[in-house]
Design a protein around this ligand. Structure first.
Ligand SMILES: [Zn+2]
Length: 391
């Protein structure tokens, strides 16, 4: 990193964000400023064993904060994970949540913080119609979010994706106040992330900015954020994958990830509409799915986004800026960072194509895709992505 001071700032858009290397040390003070005395740190079982979590817990405790860890969550967190977390929160008489980890931990933590104040079941708060009006807001716990991967951007999101393992679908739980009260983006925490996960999560961040940028929803502020989020991925994702110890690349990708999630207040699109059912049915990595689907969805959307993508290619300074140039860049980036070209390469065939297409059409992300695809069109994208046929 050029210097610690150059890449260090306090932002309040869309929430309070503390950016910079070493800023994890401010965690106890942030919790205290939000009125917390006895926090529940929610993370995944792997991270719970690692020094970064143990150090954060020790720092909280030596600052006089009570701090317990809840880590019984799956990589695609389920309703039971949330319910168990609520029980742990209540049993420990906690008064705030630290959401620490990748997207799964952050989503589970935010859902737990919502549910500690509710007496209805989780699915009553699914993001449908005005369900959010059912939330008893005063009962929600405050959240400090500390992402350790650069992908979902859940730290600046107002929703959690939770898997309904009875219906085999991913459901979005939404309330505007699920936005964490404060966020720490400290690149030192993502140094240990393996290259393969750095690549997959980074491509999720790219898919958020790219789908938000292509969405027809009127939100120019979010469109601007999406553009710059894509540029940061272009500049820094290959560096972060190649040289995981590069603090500047890690920081820039954390920022790109937060920008992607801020941008998708504009909505997402067909990559996510397909990745959600595929993730629920095959338990495949969300970022990897979006990364594989990306060029096939861009091509399917081409008629509606040709002009916009040409502007994007110009902003990214691609040679001979055009839709084709952007597509070539996506394909080259995927290859460079080791993303497979086909769904078949990760063990997904077209056997359930009709079922997945049915789920994609009604997925929450489908509504803001530039073209309203029908089931046949989703099935067609899926079979192309299975087989690797771009044209
Ligand atoms: Zn995503």
């Amino acid at each position: 990193m050029r210097s610690n001071d150059f890449l260090r700032a306090d932002w309040n858009y869309p929430t309070a964000i503390k950016v910079g290397a070493g800023r994890i040390k401010e965690l106890p003070g942030l919790c205290r400023s939000l009125g917390m005395h006895h926090v529940l740190l929610v993370t995944d079982p792997g991270l719970a064993q690692m020094a970064i979590v143990q150090q954060a817990v020790a720092d909280c405790q030596s600052a006089g904060l009570g701090c317990a860890v809840f880590s019984n969550i799956k990589s695609n967190p389920t309703e039971k994970n949330v319910t168990d977390g609520v029980l742990a929160y209540r049993a420990g008489k906690h008064d705030g949540v630290i959401a620490f980890g990748g997207g799964s931990a952050l989503d589970a933590a935010k859902a737990i913080a919502l549910m500690v104040g509710q007496d209805r079941p989780l699915w009553d708060f699914e993001d449908i119609g005005d369900n959010y009006l059912r939330v008893y807001v005063a009962g929600m716990a405050p959240v400090v979010a500390v992402p350790t991967t650069a992908g979902t951007g859940s730290e600046v999101g107002r929703a959690s994706v939770i898997t309904d393992d009875k219906a085999h679908v991913k459901r979005i739980i939404f309330h505007a106040r699920m936005l964490p009260a404060a966020v720490i983006l400290d690149p030192g925490l993502s140094i240990g992330l393996p290259a393969r996960l750095t690549a997959a999560t980074g491509m999720d961040a790219l898919s958020h900015s790219l789908e938000a940028y292509c969405s027809p929803f009127y939100h120019p502020m979010a469109a601007g954020i999406a553009l710059e989020g894509i540029r940061l991925v272009k500049e820094w994702l290959p560096v972060a994958v190649r040289d995981g110890g590069n603090l500047e690349a890690r920081l820039q990708m954390l920022v790109a990830s937060s920008m992607g999630a801020t941008a998708f207040q504009r909505g997402l699109g067909a990559m996510h509409a397909l990745a959600h059912p595929l993730g629920a049915l095959y338990d495949a990595h969300h970022g990897t799915l979006n990364a594989i689907l990306m060029p096939y969805v861009l091509l399917a959307n081409r008629a509606a986004i040709d002009m916009r993508i040409t502007s994007l290619a110009r902003y990214l300074d691609l040679p001979q800026p055009s839709f084709g140039a952007l597509l070539d860049w996506v394909l080259a980036l995927r290859e460079q960072i080791g993303i497979p070209h086909t769904l078949a390469a990760i063990g997904i065939d077209a056997a359930q194509a009709e079922r997945i297409a049915r789920m994609a059409v009604v997925d929450g992300s489908a509504a803001t895709n530039p073209i309203q695809f029908n089931e046949d069109e989703y099935a067609d994208i899926l079979s192309k992505a299975v087989a690797g046929s771009l044209f």
